[in-house]
Design a protein around this ligand. Structure first.
Ligand code: SAH
Length: 376
């Protein structure tokens, strides 16, 4: 259990929802399987219609009610519209890496824009999804953070990005033919743990077996957070056991206070303690995300401090060469400094990888998602 007093009113702010304008239409993905049935009944449908539609949605990835032959033809469209309203509408798709990376821009019911990125590798297909429109965490090196938070996405809106990706894979839209969506990372726009309930509902939609959900293994799902300690502590009790990634970016509080401003509320020691507790409870090794910024956080003494902090922890370091955002004074580290950083961590026995920069050319790499079409 947390020793952090939740009574502290300041802490609550982190979970406060921004003011919602008109609510997104309700979707079966917003609800638990039991509540979907209750809702169907409220709509005057037979409760089993909810499971039938969930089967078409999650198991068959079908968005064509004409194929839903277990539902009377005359009712298919209206039932589909009621339980699975279209929540995201494709505005543009941009591809790179010979089509293996695709960034989709989606418009939500109120005109708000969000992005997701689909990436095919030899052994897997990963979708990087948005959990909020914008982000309130204000990390100065991240494009999404610059415009602030527009609003939380609903579970339906987050799930729709994933189902759309799974459908694109199943339809063979990526070069290499039909594929199965294998991995989901909450590394698009937004801070997932600041939109906790919708994210947890989405995690269940991903991991629940067909037909209640997509039946994707929790090990293949990564929730990346700035380190909202109370969110991490709640998540470990959900029994979902997805992979946790913590955006640390520096081992010292002094610099982290400016790189990840929420550090003034949850510092390095507290964030790592929460990640350790998550690891103990779930048995899942966690990742430390570290964007290497030239002459800012890439000094060998910081690698040394990070190595000492992590050497006895069950963590893996993901170094991300900084993707400079427009107007930023910062840039990626020199090759030799990056190599030295890796070498120092390895000397401590800390597992470390350098993240590829897929999608850079289409502003689809880490920290670049900003729904730029807005300003056109
Ligand atoms: N809010 C979550 C998810 C954000 S995106 C979080 O902070 O973890 C996923 C990762 O990309 C985070 O580690 C984030 O810090 C990193 N990132 C953001 N901007 C970046 C940039 N310009 N270059 C490289 N990585 C960046």
């Amino acid at each position: 259990m947390s020793t952090r007093p939740d009574a502290n009113p300041e802490l609550k702010l982190v979970f406060d929802e921004p003011p919602q304008r008109k609510k997104a239409p309700k979707h079966l993905a917003d609800l638990s399987p039991a509540d979907r049935k209750i809702w169907a009944k409220e709509l005057g449908l037979q409760p089993f219609r909810a499971s039938q539609v969930a089967t078409h949605y999650f198991s068959h990835l079908s968005n064509n009610p004409e194929e839903w032959t277990d539902i009377p033809a005359a009712e298919r469209q209206s039932i589909a519209d009621a339980l699975t309203p279209k929540l995201i509408q494709l505005v543009t798709s941009r591809t790179t890496d010979n089509g293996m990376t695709r960034k989709d821009l989606w418009k939500l019911h109120d005109g708000v824009l969000v992005e997701s990125v689909l990436m095919r590798y030899t052994d897997r297909v990963t979708v990087c999804i948005s959990s909020q429109a914008g982000c309130g965490m204000n990390c100065p090196f991240c494009a999404t953070g610059q415009a602030g938070l527009t609003r939380n996405l609903t579970a339906g809106e987050i799930t729709e990005q994933i189902v759309a990706a799974a459908r694109a894979c199943a339809n063979g839209e990526l070069p290499g033919g039909e594929a199965r969506l294998s991995n989901i990372v909450f590394m698009g726009m937004g801070e997932p743990l600041a939109n906790y309930n919708a994210v947890v509902r989405t995690l269940r939609n991903i991991t629940d077996p067909n037909p209640d959900g997509l039946g994707i293994s929790a090990r293949s799902v990564t929730v990346s957070t700035v380190g909202l300690v109370n969110g991490i502590e709640k998540l470990m009790d959900e029994g979902i056991n997805c992979t946790l990634a913590v955006s640390l970016h520096t081992p010292d509080d002094e610099l982290r206070d400016s790189l990840v401003p929420i550090n003034s509320r949850f510092n390095v020691r507290e964030v790592l303690a929460a990640a350790d507790a998550y690891e103990k409870k779930t048995g899942r090794r966690y990742s430390i995300e570290y964007a290497l910024i030239r002459d800012i956080n890439d000094q060998s003494w910081r690698a040394d401090l990070l190595g000492r902090l992590l050497k006895s922890r069950n963590a893996h370091v993901n170094l991300i060469p900084l993707n400079p955002t427009p107007g930023s004074k910062w840039t990626a580290s020199r090759r030799e400094d990056e190599e030295e950083f890796v070498r120092i961590l390895e000397n401590y026995g800390v597992p470390v990888t350098v993240r590829d920069t897929r999608g850079r050319e289409i502003d689809g790499a880490c920290g670049q998602l900003a729904a730029a079409e807005k300003s056109k």
